[in-house]
Structures are given as C-alpha cells and as structure tokens.
Design a protein around this ligand. Structure first.
Ligand code: SF4
Length: 451
C-alpha cells in the first residue's frame, strides 16, 4: 500500500479573544463609569463575558457611599474571587484600597473612581489585548448597560461642596465639568443610535461649567457656553427626552423652567433637598441651604404647572429635634413634592457629621422615616389622582404579557413609578405611545392606548 505523505499546513492561529467579566454596583454615575470602561475595552478587542466562569478576569466597579454599599461591594468582590479568582476592583470604594485588601488580599489590583486609564492598564497587565482589526470595532454609541432606549449622560465629575454626611468629594475630587460640545456630541451619538431618553447626571448638575468659567465652545454653527442653561437647551434640540437629575435650587435654575414649559426638556427636576429645616440644612452644610426653597418651588410651578419634582430626604440627622422634624413635615405639606425617597441617617466612615452631637436613637429614626413616608405617600396619591382622565405621552420600558410597562415625563427609570398600559400587544419596548390615564394608586398609573 502506498501512502501519500500527509502535508501539514501551517494553519493561521486565530488570536484567543480575551474575555472580561464586569460587575457594576452603585448609582447611575457608577453605571456611566462602567459603560466607559467597557467601551474602551471593547474598542481594544475584549469581549464582555456574561458569566464568571466564562471570563478570564472580572472587574468589579464598587460603590462606597454608605456602609451598606461598602458591605455589598466587599461581598461582590468576594463572590467574584470565589467564582473566578482573578479580580480587579475599581470605583468609589477603590479610593480606600486598605479596606478592600484587608478583606480580600488576593485581588489583582485596586484602582479608584474615575481612574479609567488605571483600570484599563490593570486589565492590560493581567490580560493583554489581542489586536484584531475585525474585532476592535466599537459601536459608535459605546457599550450600554442600560436598555437601548435610554442612557445616562454624565456631564461632570466631583463636587465642590462639603455636605457633612458625604465623603464623595474626598473620593471623587473637585468639580470637573466636561466641555459642552463634548457632552452634546455624546448625546447626539446616543440619539442617533436609538436612545429616546437622555438622563443628565453628575454630583451637582446646577454647578455645571463653573469650574471651566463657563467656557464657550462651538456647536452646530454657534458658540455655546459650558453652563447649565445652554446644556439643557442644546440637549433639548437633539430630539430625545431630556431628564435633569441632581439639580440644586439655585436662582439660575429658574431659567431652565421655561424650556420645560415649552416642551424642550422634560418637566421634571430631581432636587435632593434632604431636609426642610434651615437649621438642619445648615448643620448638613447643604448647597443652597439659605435659599427660600418653598418660594422657588412655587415660582417654578407658576411657570410650568406640569413640573414633577423628585427629591430625597434624610431623617434622624445628628441633633434633629422633634420640632425640626415637624418643620420638615410642614415643609413637605407646603412643597407637595411628587416623588420622594427618605433615608434614616446612617454615619459614613470619614464624614464630618459623625462628630456632631445629638445622635438620634435608631427607633426614633425609624419612626420618623415611617411618618415621613406616610405623609409623602398621601401627597403622591393625591397628585397622581389628578392625572386620571388626562392624556400622556409615555415611553415603553418592557412588555409584561398584555401590559406595556411605561414611564411618563414624571417618571425616571428605576426610582419613580410606572404607567401600566393595557396595550393588547400593539406596543414595543422603546416606543413612545400616547395614552389616556384610567386609574392611579400611590406611585403608579394605569392607562390605555389613546385613540
Ligand atoms: S453636593 Fe453634598 S451630598 Fe452631593 S456629592 Fe457634593 S458633598 Fe456630597
């Protein structure tokens, strides 16, 4: 038998695609950081692995805002180490590496918030990129962790305030705004990629641009100033819903309200008031604590009656007396806020408020929190009831059988209520729809498609 010699050809070896797992914890701002890191890694040819055992290493983006968030972050790092073994830590808690390393000495690297280059550098070090021009493409809108139809747009980093309960400035540094053309360009790209709603986030949206001395930049044949009003106006021209978060009640915010009345940006303001007693606000060292917030809210509503105001509050702050708490309840009755969250004060390691006298007992905090939420719920119920019988434009977030779960102009994703639309299967995720409101409860609305 004559065997033909077998010829072994040198086959081109496909480069092994490096896979990175990603765990993102914390607030929308951290989510934006995660998106940026992922965008960068994708651009370099990395693939995002959906499961721990699929990944060559795992990046955990942590939160370090309050003790509960720190514990959650440490647990997530532990889980990633157990399931994968190769872990890089970044995010707010990364500003305190000693805390992480004390519990998890096996992590490969710890980098701090905003330290994109450091995270990317750590990934390169432990999992070098494989260059492949066909894989190194990145969708122009970046890699999104939110649903396709809405996106967070981070306009600045850091904060110049010194609220006594907060350690974010020491973790994230002083205010650093992105120039207006850069933000508008990112917004434009997102809208082109199908995003229907832009959620503007930062630590202090109303301070936007003050660090850049309101620098002018060219945008669409015009000079625009890097400032809150120009930003709201510019984003409002992109053709998507624009929702403003983390706005403080400074006088210049008044200028944005007419844009809401004209339908350029959503009639929605997320203003973290935190308390209604001037004395408590002063102890908290809150921005704009000397402003007459009730007068400001009245003025906003006189210009834009549709305005929905969301806010968060802290009860049981050190030294809060029963009279100060009652003052807060009265303030809330006057303010008639639409959407409200309330936290019982909990000390954060490193915050100056920890040194204040008059710690409020836990049971008093819990009782005040319950009383506050009861009052807030009654207001929300009454305000939503007034919507019954009106028409509303909504954006569909998901389909649940026969119900399209949507949000109206007054509902931010994840934190506010929803509009449940009986759709008969006619609506799709990411669609806008005009609906008629048929019923309401404490936080949500029911509707049917308007004819
Ligand atoms: S405004 Fe106050 S609470 Fe908000 S990030 Fe700055 S210091 Fe912290």
């Amino acid at each position: 038998m004559h065997l033909r010699p077998r010829i072994m050809r040198a086959m081109p070896v496909a480069p092994r695609i490096p896979k990175v797992g990603f765990v993102s914890l914390g607030c929308p701002k951290a989510l934006v950081d995660s998106e940026r890191i992922l965008t960068h890694l994708r651009a370099e040819g990395y693939v995002v692995a959906p499961a721990y055992d699929d990944a060559d290493l795992v990046v955990v983006n942590t939160c370090g805002f309050i003790d509960a968030a720190i514990d959650e972050s440490l647990d997530a790092i532990g889980e990633a180490l157990e399931q994968n073994g190769r872990v890089i830590v970044t995010g707010c808690l990364g500003a305190r590496p000693e805390k992480i390393l004390a519990r998890h000495p096996r992590v490969l690297k710890v980098t701090g918030a905003q330290a994109y280059e450091d995270v990317i550098g750590a990934v390169h070090e432990h999992l070098p990129p494989q260059h492949d021009p066909f894989l190194d493409l990145v969708p122009p809108q970046g890699v999104k962790l939110t649903p396709r139809h809405y996106a967070y747009l981070k306009i600045s980093e850091g904060c110049n305030h010194k609220c006594s309960f907060c350690i974010i400035p020491s973790m994230r540094g002083r205010l650093a705004s992105r120039p207006i053309d850069e933000v508008l360009r990112e917004g434009e790209k997102l809208v082109r990629a199908g995003v229907k709603e832009l959620l503007v986030i930062s630590q202090d949206t109303s301070a936007y641009g003050s660090d850049l001395k309101y620098m002018k930049r060219p945008w669409r044949d015009q000079e625009r100033e890097t400032r809150f009003l120009d930003l709201a106006r510019g984003l409002g021209e992109l053709g998507a819903w624009v929702r403003l978060h983390y706005v403080y009640p400074y006088p210049h915010v008044d200028d944005v309200i007419p844009l809401m009345a004209e339908g350029k940006v959503l009639p929605y303001l997320d203003v973290p008031f935190q308390h209604g007693s001037p004395a408590v606000l002063k102890r908290m060292k809150r921005p704009a604590h000397a402003e007459n917030t009730l007068a400001r809210i009245r003025a906003w509503r006189s210009v834009c009656p549709e305005l929905v105001i969301r806010s968060t509050f802290i009860v049981g702050f050190p030294g809060e007396t029963e009279a100060e708490f009652e003052e807060l309840l009265e303030w809330l009755d006057e303010a008639q806020l639409d959407r409200v969250g309330c936290f019982a004060y909990s000390p954060v390691e490193g915050a100056t408020a920890n040194a204040l006298p008059g710690a409020v007992p836990e049971e008093v905090k819990a009782e005040r929190q319950a009383r506050f939420m009861e009052r807030a719920q009654a207001i929300s119920t009454a305000r939503l009831a007034k919507r019954v019988g009106t028409r509303m434009r909504v954006l569909i977030d998901r389909i649940d059988g026969d119900i399209a779960v949507a949000r109206g102009p007054g509902d931010a994703p994840e934190i506010d209520g929803v509009v449940r639309v009986r759709s008969g299967g006619r609506l799709r995720v990411g669609d806008f729809a005009d609906v008629g409101i048929t019923a309401s409860d404490a936080y949500d609305l029911d509707a049917c498609v308007a004819t």
